[in-house]
Design a protein around this ligand. Structure first.
Ligand code: SF4
Ligand code: SF4
Length: 478
């Protein structure tokens, strides 16, 4: 009797490193098959080797700076004001000590456009430098979480063997405990960017009673970070990240990529029996955090982390051959051509980015110090008698946003109607620095000032230093 089909055996990771030929370099199908998913749709776990080399040392320095900057961000101030803070309840967004309000959305739009163009320029020139060197996902995964794993459980070969044999439970538990601690620290920093460090006892524990929304955010960020770094890992780059998916349209043959020099390396073969420099040791595949074989050519999964460059350079050095069989290069250079740094698209991107930066700088430098906005009135106008003169009485609601670091005092008036009266608790409106105040004065205006319908006029605020701020208002007729 026929036996039911058995699922194909999963690759044996331990055997993989013991026998380089067993490393699946997905050579036949690499354009259409995701390396980390097997034919049954199951996840293939990547045991990435860590090879120390010149590029990794540079990345470590960059990562130390980035991680230090990220952890310090909630504590950084400019002139006593937060360097970066997203204060949602107060609707204040602090960037480099400057406060922005929802009314400043146009600045964020400009910043977003600058970011898009700068990204296009950076990719056209430097390829996926952001992914491999600057992206928080890869910085933390490659420089914090994976090294912790290696420190506790041993190198990739040992971990693969223990997993295969079902051993190493204690090591995995300790690793997970350390991941929990690190994820908690990262989630703390993310939460502090929204609520400030004041919400944390000893900078560590958010008070859930005083800051319930922050506690929910912390829990969400913590679970997401822990899930991402302990399990999801390279799938963030290969499946989720839209930036990664757009690489194919942003790169061109002159862009910097990590490439394998096929003309030098092929025909590949073990121990230099076939003429090419590649000895098919597959160390470049074993170190790859996304599991691809760079010798197949440029691929969407490649985050340009330079791990395979360090790995192959170490092999070439041992063989007494020049480094650079795998290197930072461009497709045009690999094909024997010359790489052009200045080309039409880079010039256009640079011009557009410069123009946008110019516009944004000009707008920020000429930003209004105080912004007045009309609000919906809370009640309807009525007629009132004032010494025999019929008046129209109505509340007018408006907000004043002070975007400066100093307090301002403003005196309101209706210059077009000297006989109007504005009733406020204080004749002068005080707006504290970086704050927003809402006011609803009552305005009395002779009914004769109205025509057959409503009246459009201007509310004038004169600042203590003489600066004038005009706010168009619509006064309704009862
Ligand atoms: S590390 Fe270098 S020599 Fe080894 S397989 Fe990769 S390209 Fe070939
Ligand atoms: S192919 Fe090389 S550069 Fe690309 S992700 Fe893998 S190790 Fe990094």
């Amino acid at each position: 009797m026929d036996q039911p089909d058995q699922p194909p055996a999963r690759p044996d990771p331990a055997a993989m490193f013991a026998n380089p030929a067993a490393i699946d370099s997905n050579a036949g199908d690499f354009r259409s098959v995701l390396y980390t998913v097997d034919r049954d749709g199951r996840r293939k776990w990547i045991y990435a080797h860590i090879v120390q080399g010149a590029w990794r040392r540079w990345r470590q320095w960059v990562s130390v700076l980035l991680i230090g900057f990220y952890l310090a961000l909630p504590f950084l101030t400019v002139g006593g004001r937060p360097f970066l803070r997203f204060d949602l309840p107060k609707r204040q967004f602090w960037i480099a000590g400057q406060v922005f309000w929802p009314q400043d959305f146009n600045y964020f739009l400009l910043l977003f456009l600058i970011g898009v163009i700068a990204t296009l320029l950076a990719v056209a020139l430097l390829g996926r430098v952001y992914c491999g060197w600057l992206c928080p996902h890869n910085v933390f995964l490659e420089m914090v979480f994976r090294p912790i794993e290696r420190l506790v459980q041993g190198d990739a070969f040992t971990r693969a063997r223990k997993d295969r044999e079902g051993r190493g439970g204690a090591g995995r538990a300790l690793t997970f405990a350390l991941f929990v601690l690190v994820s908690g620290a990262l989630a703390n920093t993310a939460t502090a960017l929204f609520v400030g460090t004041e919400a944390f006892a000893w900078g560590l524990v958010v008070d859930p009673v005083a800051h319930p929304a922050a506690a929910v955010f912390f829990a969400f960020a913590f679970v997401l970070i822990l899930f991402n770094f302990s399990w999801f890992r390279e799938q963030t780059c290969t499946i989720v990240c839209p930036y990664g998916r757009l690489q194919s349209v942003m790169l061109d043959p002159h862009s910097l990529v990590v490439g394998y020099d096929q003309r030098r390396g092929e025909p590949r073969g073990r121990l230099r029996t076939t003429g090419g420099d590649c000895i098919d040791c597959k160390l470049c595949v074993a170190v790859c955090p996304t599991g691809i074989d760079i010798r197949n050519g440029n691929q969407l999964e490649c985050i340009h982390c330079s791990g395979c460059i360090d790995a192959c350079d170490a092999v070439m050095t041992k063989l007494g051959k020049p480094a650079g069989l795998v290197r930072y290069t461009s497709e045009i250079e690999l094909a024997g051509g010359r790489r052009l740094r200045i080309r039409p698209r880079t010039v256009i991107y640079a011009l557009v980015a410069t123009a946008l930066i110019g516009v944004a700088s000009w707008r920020i430098l000429h930003r209004e110090d105080i912004v007045a906005t009309m609000l919906r009135p809370s009640s309807m106008p009525v007629f009132a008698d004032n010494g025999g003169v019929q008046m129209v009485r109505q509340p007018v609601s408006f907000s004043l946003v002070n975007k400066t670091a100093s307090e301002h005092r403003l005196t309101p008036s209706l210059p077009a109607h000297p006989d109007a009266r504005i009733y406020l608790q204080q004749p002068v409106v005080v707006v504290p620095p970086n704050q927003r105040v809402e006011l609803t004065p009552t305005i009395d205006l002779p009914a004769a000032a109205f025509g057959p319908g409503d009246l459009r006029t201007t509310l004038l605020f004169v600042r203590e230093d003489g600066q004038r701020l005009e706010l168009p208002v619509l006064l309704r007729r009862p």
